[in-house]
Design a protein around this ligand. Structure first.
Ligand code: KG4
Ligand code: ZN
Length: 328
């Protein structure tokens, strides 16, 4: 059995985890920086990088202590090498390099998006390739065909905002606080999803791409009109977003021959309304639906360690660069 230490620091979660090849999360710690960024209503890169630098080393020690093992018991060290906020990515990657150098354990540089993309397989061993993947996070909104580790074909992306970004901007407009996605979801529970007429950008287009900028502007106009309750705007926004996602997926699935599983991953996959709509869509298409548990949807290091397990045997050079942009 193999054991991998995972390190994640690409946005505002500092996370360390130990995962084994039997899909056990042996130990993990996550330090959220919500309190630091909340006064600014969004993630401040410089603050994030400093917080990662302060917390990461003690967290690595802590996770090893929780599992009662030493670093040399690990078969690899997997760290997010991008995409993300470059200062934070560098803190995690350089720490992993130092550990790898000191111990001669292989370093595996992980694409954060691959961490999300493979996370459903950590949660459920029966999920096999190929699968259709909706990857929805704060920075990305994509539909991919996943044929294997490293075998990703992107069928759709967003022409402006990511879905998580749209949730975050809506939360800001509605003054619901930070982080935005969960705040919008909570508020939407009290509202009527049909109360506010909002657009469904791209719906009906033959290409499966996304656009959310127009929806966000419509949310702003609805709020400024003073005619609607905040809860109704939140619920109507969430419904419009879900309608966009299901329509876009319907188009993308047409070209996915031989794929019988639909998977959702990334922070927005924690949203119960999104999950429910996708589950129904999958059923309509006679497909199996899978979503990792919400704690594995938002940023974490278990998914990075798991991607390391999937990539065992790979060893990246110690001069590998951190990448702010890194398409799958
Ligand atoms: O994957 P993630 O933790 O970080 C990135 O890689 O971006 O995703 C964070 C995004 C944020 O935009 C956040 O608002 C959104 O996921 N999010 C949600 C929910 N939980 C997190 N959006 C909607 N509903 C949620 N429950
Ligand atoms: Zn992420």
């Amino acid at each position: 059995m193999a054991l991998v230490l995972g390190i994640e620091s690409s946005c505002d979660e500092t996370a360390v985890a130990l995962v084994d090849s039997d899909r056990r999360i042996v130990a993990q710690r996550i330090a959220s920086q919500d309190a630091e960024h909340a006064p600014f209503g969004g993630v401040v890169p410089e603050i994030a990088a400093r917080a990662h630098a302060e917390r990461l080393a003690p967290m690595i020690d802590g996770v090893l202590a929780d599992a009662n093992i030493s670093l040399t018991d690990c078969d690899a060290i997997a760290a997010t090498a991008g995409p993300g906020l470059i200062g934070g990515v560098m803190v995690g990657l350089v720490s992993a390099k130092a550990l790898a150098m000191a111990t001669d354990i292989p370093l595996i540089a992980i694409n954060h998006l691959e961490g999300h993309a493979l996370s459903p397989r950590l949660a459920d061993e029966s999920i096999d390739f190929p699968y259709a993947l909706l990857l929805v996070s704060g920075g990305h909104c994509q539909i991919l065909r996943v044929d294997g580790v490293g075998k990703y074909r992107r069928l759709a992306t967003t022409i402006d905002d990511a879905l998580g970004e749209a949730f975050d901007k809506t939360a800001k407009i509605l003054k619901l606080g930070f982080p935005g996605g969960p705040a919008v979801e909570r508020k939407a529970m009290e509202g009527n999803p049909r109360a506010v007429p909002l657009p469904r950008p791209m719906v009906g287009s033959g290409e499966p791409h996304f656009s959310f900028a127009g929806l966000k502007s419509a949310v702003l106009r609805a709020h400024e009109s003073g005619r609607y309750e905040v809860a109704d705007i939140a619920a109507s926004f969430q419904q419009a977003a879900v309608d966009c996602v299901t329509d876009r997926l319907r188009i993308a699935l047409r070209s996915m021959i031989g794929v019988d599983t639909l998977v959702v991953a990334g922070g927005v996959a924690a949203n119960a309304t999104v999950r429910g709509a996708l589950e129904k869509l999958a059923a309509d298409h006679g497909m199996r639906f899978a979503a990792p548990p919400p704690a594995l949807c938002t940023d974490n290091a278990a998914m990075i360690a798991w991607a390391g397990i999937e990539r065992l045997g790979q060893s990246d050079p110690l001069d590998i660069s951190a990448r702010p942009r890194w398409p799958l």
